[in-house]
Design a protein around this ligand. Structure first.
Ligand code: CP
Length: 314
């Protein structure tokens, strides 16, 4: 592939290739040196049109550990504020010959559009409620390392599914790898086209968690609710917040995940989030660096092949 825009176009073997390479980068990241030259001489530009802590920091660290020249565009201080369009901004940066563009944007499809205009590899760091492919890959690596496999698991994805690119990318990936995916949450926060995905849907959280191997919690994504239904936090926590009583319905060895940022006391009890016997939330962050190293490394190999064969990328 030339770009990483979503999980949708990936084959199961390609997902496994990324995870296998990421496993090797986990080892590198845990060593004293932490350095590779896989991206030496390449230029990586990070363009985040929406707030981020984990994704932005881990893409930056990943690029630097692989030897790339990494530039973070401060989008709030850019000429976007003077009315320049996304495409003109992309064309302007493209003229500086970057090799990798990492883009987060509030609108679904914006990153795919941008990818058509540039002559480098584009990685989607989250676009609207569409896809967040590196999040799904890092979640998959976390699950595979915790459970020893990434197939025939029951995974309950819980909360605000409708507004979540994390849920969408995860349910596509987990389905491709032959897991059983359940979506758990209030009907008002379920996407209308949910039947297309062939998943089970629950509005009762205890029923949805029954026998689950993995419990993946999501934040209420108010920034994408467009003035629609916003539940009261107290009522939401009572019905859909992960507490000890609800978690007891999952398997005894079920792991608890959350992509972050999390709101303690809204979708998850802070004690569960901090319980190192159940929660793998910090492991997810650690895997994020390794997965982004693997994804950029693999795209850079394709990039040099495409440029060698054709002079420029098409
Ligand atoms: N999980 C995730 O995308 O977090 P950030 O918004 O902090 O990058």
């Amino acid at each position: 592939h030339r770009h990483l825009l979503g999980i949708e176009p990936l084959h199961p073997e390609e997902i496994t290739t990324v995870l296998d390479l990421a496993d090797r980068y986990v080892e590198l990241n845990q060593s004293a040196n932490k350095r590779s030259d896989a991206l030496a001489g390449l230029t990586q530009i990070n363009m985040f049109f929406e707030n981020s802590t984990r994704t932005q920091a881990s893409f930056e660290i990943a690029g630097k550990r692989l030897g790339a020249d990494v530039m973070n565009m401060a989008m709030q201080a850019s000429s976007i504020k003077k009315g320049e369009t996304l495409i003109d901004t992309a064309l302007t940066l493209n003229a500086m010959h970057p090799d990798l563009l990492v883009v987060r944007h509030p609108h679904s499809g914006a990153v795919n559009l941008l990818a058509e205009k540039v002559n480098c590899a584009v990685l989607n760091a989250g676009d609207g409620r569409h896809e967040h492919p590196t999040q799904a890959l890092l979640d998959a690596l976390t699950i595979r390392r915790a459970k020893g496999r990434l197939h025939r698991l029951t995974v309950a994805i819980c909360g605000d599914i409708a507004h979540s690119r994390v849920a969408r990318s995860n349910l596509i990936l987990l389905g491709k790898m032959e897991n059983r995916v359940r979506l758990v949450g209030p009907p008002t926060l379920m996407p209308s086209q949910i039947k297309e995905f062939g998943v089970e849907v629950f509005d009762d959280m205890k029923a949805g968690l029954e026998g689950a191997d993995v419990v993946m919690m999501l934040r209420l994504q108010r920034e994408r609710m467009d003035g629609g239904f916003i539940p009261s936090e107290r009522e939401y926590y009572h019905r859909y917040g992960l507490d000890a009583e609800k978690l007891a319905c999952a398997k005894d060895d079920a792991i608890v995940m959350h992509p972050g940022p999390m709101n303690r006391g809204v979708e998850i009890d802070g004690t569960i989030a901090d319980d190192i016997n159940r929660s793998v939330i910090q492991e997810q962050v650690e895997m994020g660096v390794a997965v982004r190293m693997a994804a950029m490394d693999l795209l850079a190999r394709n990039l040099s092949e495409a440029r060698t064969q054709k002079g420029v990328m098409v």
